[in-house]
Design a protein around this ligand. Structure first.
Ligand code: FAD
Ligand code: SIN
Length: 519
């Protein structure tokens, strides 16, 4: 496969959504390229996932899973998406993750899968590999993709923009075609060249946008690239205001680190500085209430008591068991000077997950022809206004598998695969001052954290709008003259994604799920 080739399926992003898509498209006979801006293909939110992925509990049923998703989703879950995931998800965990990729989920001594619980699940149904489930899934799925002769995995490649007939074709008459994606401009970190990748089907699997917030569980790459590219190309985005804050991240001097909800699923309690289980003030399920309610409960308790954090306490469990069940979390707590097994750990909420994204159907098709989106960058409607824990990885698997198979079918069927002549990239030369980039990121992150965070109101949103809009114009101006780099691409996308969240938050006047307004 040479760079800039015309290919069947171009997948942007190599987390679970990208891998599931690549595997299913390649197994269905399509020629697939999966590229990522990561130095390693593993670099992703998927790699960081801790708690697990939904499978099937004892006495569970698709109806029961669906009811839990809908209850958490604050009345906005799309029933068809919920039904699809509940029906197909557990089977795909069995067939693809366990059967084909061989993910080593933990098992009980009798060989059955160890099932854990998380908040708002009515029974234990989540499979995991200790507290490093994402890493095990990513390793196994990447290996499975790399075994496919039809699939190529490329690292160090950042998609800059989608190519569309109306914007990028050299044939002037192509502006009359329906909005159609034909591939992407891709920046190669090693050569610093921009390649035009033309594809019959382009699939965004670029993950989330937590990094537009000051405090987040997300790793460095989660800057909202996919949403930003889709916005610029004119694809429909949905529910962008619903950014989910995870209630429990380690409160200390360094970057926020997730303390998995499965800790609470296994009995950890949220308490205040006096040891009181304050969450019962807000919900009858206490520490195991839906995530949006727990995050706001912590925020409220901190506001009322003047405390800088809440505490997560699992010290009533046997120490050896805690350290063996949660080895990664215990080690991180220890590095920060806390002992997970014997003392309450200080925690605060942080931005975690984008429930909204590029609007797609049950095969991942967006509003633009030949463009699909899968995983966290997409909005299937499954999560409504607040995601149920451990549905995200399953959504990546279900929609990735379906989108890959359908994309391969469209390629083989010779559906529209017109490849236009594309204008070459215009290189600019001005050097970018890294101090400007750093300061712009700080402005985005602080503005989003302070004004578009857990608790919102008109004044904060209006103030944020002025700041972010102005900044976007500024960034647009220097982007147009500057020498291209990965850092610059991320910044341009970050400000665009922030604006998308902000505009949706301004438009949405009712409090619902993760979007909570005091006015
Ligand atoms: P990602 O896994 O984030 O992959 C995105 C890919 O796109 C990466 O390869 C990235 O490099 C690439 N990319 C981005 N932009 C570009 C670009 N412009 N050009 C090229 N490549 C690009 N969910 C659960 O269900 N269970 C859990 O236990 C769980 N725990 C979590 C713990 C943490 C700390 C975090 C952060 C999330 C957790 N989640 C969990 C959520 C879940 O991990 C993510 O929603 C899911 O992994 C997203 O997968 P994805 O494939 O859509 O995106
Ligand atoms: C966690 O382990 O708490 C994260 C689970 C999720 O985001 O689904």
């Amino acid at each position: 496969m040479t760079t800039g080739d015309r290919i069947d399926v171009l997948i942007i992003g190599s987390g679970l959504a990208g891998c599931a898509t690549a595997l299913s498209a390649a197994r269905a006979g399509a020629r697939v390229v999966m590229l990522t801006k990561g130095v390693r293909a593993e670099d992703s939110n998927t790699w960081e996932a801790q708690g697990g992925i939904i499978y099937r509990g004892v006495d569970d049923s698709p109806e029961r899973l669906a009811a839990d998703i809908v209850a958490a989703g604050a009345g906005l879950c799309y029933p068809e998406a919920v039904e699809l995931l509940s029906r197909e998800g557990p089977r795909l965990v069995e067939e693809v993750l366990i059967g084909h990729a061989g993910v080593p989920f933990d098992r009980a001594p009798d060989g059955t899968l160890d099932l854990t619980a998380e908040a708002a699940h009515s029974l234990p149904r989540i499979v995991h590999h200790a507290d490093r489930t994402g890493r095990s899934i990513e390793e196994a799925m990447l290996a499975a993709v790399r075994r496919e002769p039809n699939a190529t995995v490329l690292t160090g490649r950042t998609a800059v923009d989608l190519l569309s007939l109306s914007h990028d074709s050299r044939n002037p008459l192509d502006i009359y075609a329906a909005p159609t994606c034909v591939g992407a401009y891709v920046f190669d970190h090693a050569t610093r060249q921009v390649e035009s990748w033309l594809a019959k089907e382009t699939i965004l699997a670029t993950g989330g946008l937590g990094r537009i917030y000051l405090h987040t569980t997300n790793p460095a790459g989660a800057c909202g690239d996919g949403v930003a590219m889709a916005y610029r190309a004119g694809a429909r985005c949905l529910n962008m205001q619903f950014v989910q804050f995870h209630p429990t991240t380690l409160y200390h001097g360094g970057e926020r680190f997730l303390l998995s909800e499965s800790l609470r699923g296994e009995g950890a309690r949220l308490v205040d500085a006096g040891g009181r289980e304050f969450m019962f003030d807000y919900h009858p399920d206490g520490s195991l209430a839906p995530r949006d309610i727990v995050a706001r409960g912590i925020h409220q308790m901190m506001h009322e008591t003047g405390s800088p954090c809440a505490y997560l306490d699992i010290s009533h469990k046997k120490s050896d068991w805690v350290r063996q069940r949660f080895p990664t979390i215990a080690a991180r707590c220890q590095e920060a000077g806390f002992d997970l097994a014997t003392q309450p750990i200080p925690v605060v909420p942080a931005a975690h997950y984008s429930c909204g994204g590029i609007a797609v159907d049950d095969e991942g098709r967006s509003s633009m022809r030949r463009l699909r989106a899968v995983g966290e960058v997409s909005c299937t409607g499954l999560h409504g206004a607040n995601r149920l824990a451990s549905t995200s990885l399953l959504e990546c698997l279900v929609w990735g598998t379906r989108a890959g198979a359908d994309a391969a079918r469209c390629c083989a069927g010779g559906e529209d695969c017109y490849f236009p002549d594309i204008a070459p990239w215009q290189y600019e030369t001005e050097t970018v001052d890294p101090a400007l980039v750093a300061q712009d990121w700080l402005t985005i992150r602080q503005t989003m954290w302070n004004y578009v965070g857990l608790v919102r109101n008109r004044r904060r949103l209006d103030r944020a709008h002025e700041i972010i809009r102005e900044l976007q114009l500024e960034i647009g101006k220097f982007y147009a003259r500057a020498e291209l780099s990965d850092a610059l691409i991320s910044l341009r996308n970050g400000v665009q994604a922030a604006l998308a969240v902000l505009l949706a938050a301004i438009e949405s006047r009712e409090s619902r799920g993760c979007h909570y307004r005091t006015d």
